[in-house]
Ligand binder design. Structure first.
Ligand SMILES: [Mn+2]
Length: 385
């Protein structure tokens, strides 16, 4: 059996307010071609199909197109929900779709789904565990000890009636660590628990009985512990911190029991994502403009802020995602001594101090008057007047 492992499509996602839908269409077309070229039997999609629980019309149409293209090409599809998906909406039509080889497990009902794929070596059991929280496992299994996230995921997985003689694959969308080592995150993931250090984790050994664990949730492609417990990663870069990542998809050949071979098909996006740094004149110099359609994050080093900089940059780089300054003023702000605030007694001093740091000069009376009015509207009282 040969399968592609995908996850975290996040269809309908906007990155810095730019819609990714055309990029997603482009990458899904590439994935369909890879599935055909690699003679894959199946495609596994490990959650976060959509970016939002109520997906946009265009993202629903795109998924419809993608699933159809794969089924028309003779591929089976196995799919679970992630934390971004609505379990119920993803579950829609799943009973009807089974006869066409599309297997969806959107809702956790106390058990993982189980499908059987048959190849020349016999049966492969494909277990489908949708995204679970500790509370949802505890709800269905009050008899099991699910007081931690690890215990809950362990319980949910242990309930899979795995025959270790046979070949077993599991799809899961969870935060999995190995030997206390966290997977490398990308910055575009969102977890239920937002504070770093409080993210709930399950240890990779929960998947010991499976020949391959197709994981979703973390956007950087990587293994967790052994090679065959793996995050596919998102197919596109969804944040600035992913600029230096190469996105790929595992193409897995599962032969007889114990024989799993993984190769990686690199994904080439419609638009690259990159950073540019320099003075505005340098950034706009035609000699320096190489790939104007890329998604660019621009850092200007000019001392003076040009009010129309973003428009001028957008003229050459229509897909500019972000503009920031790095100069002596931003440097001063980043080193701002918070104790200084206590010594500032008036609103005027405070905003003048800010203006000096950002603009290099104080504000005139008219400007101060306007800012005072705005502050008053926002309920900020200037006790010193
Ligand atoms: Mn995700």
């Amino acid at each position: 059996m040969i399968f592609l492992h995908l996850s975290d499509l996040h269809l309908g996602k906007n990155v810095n307010e730019i819609s990714m839908i055309e990029d997603q269409k482009f990458i899904l077309e590439q994935i369909v071609r890879i599935a055909i070229d690699k003679k894959a039997d199946a495609v596994l999609i490990a959650g976060d199909i959509y970016d939002r629980s109520v997906p946009s019309e265009e993202s629903v149409s795109l998924l419809d197109w993608f699933l159809n293209a794969l089924i028309q090409a003779g591929k089976k599809i196995y799919m679970i929900s992630g934390n971004h998906d609505s379990d119920e909406r993803l579950q829609y039509g799943s009973e009807l779709f089974r006869s066409n080889g599309l297997f969806i497990k959107g809702i956790y009902d106390g058990n993982a789904g189980c499908e059987t794929f048959i190849d020349t070596y016999g049966e492969v059991k494909i277990w489908l565990l949708p995204y679970v929280k500790a509370s949802s496992v505890a709800h269905y299994h009050p008899e099991m000890k699910c007081d931690t996230y690890d215990a809950a995921v362990r319980s949910a997985v242990s309930l899979c009636d795995v025959n270790p003689e046979k070949r077993n694959i599991i799809l899961a969308h969870q935060f999995v660590t190995s030997c206390g080592k966290d997977p490398e995150q990308s910055g575009s993931e969102t977890f239920d628990s937002l504070q770093v250090g409080t993210i709930e984790k399950a240890n990779a050994d929960v998947f010991d009985r499976f020949d391959y664990a197709a994981l979703g949730h973390i956007h950087r492609p990587q293994k967790v512990g052994r090679e065959t417990v793996r995050y596919a990663g998102s197919p596109l870069k969804y944040s600035r911190s992913e600029i230096n990542q190469t996105k790929s998809i595992p193409v897995v050949a599962m032969e007889e029991k114990g024989q799993v071979h993984i190769e990686y098909a690199e994904l080439k996006p419609k638009h690259e994502m990159r950073s540019i740094k320099g003075k505005l004149q340098e950034v706009l110099n035609s000699a320096n403009i190489l790939y104007p359609d890329d998604y660019v994050f621009v850092t200007l080093t000019d001392e003076q802020i040009a009010a129309d900089a973003i428009d001028r940059i957008r003229h050459f780089y229509p897909n500019v995602m972000h503009l920031e300054y790095q100069n002596s003023h931003t440097e001063a702000i980043s080193q701002y001594d918070i104790h200084f605030q206590e010594t500032i007694i008036s609103f005027r001093d405070l905003i003048n101090d800010f203006s000096r740091r950002v603009n290099g000069h104080e504000l005139n009376e008219e400007q101060i008057k306007i800012l005072k009015e705005i502050a008053a509207k926002e309920g900020i009282e200037d006790e010193t007047h």
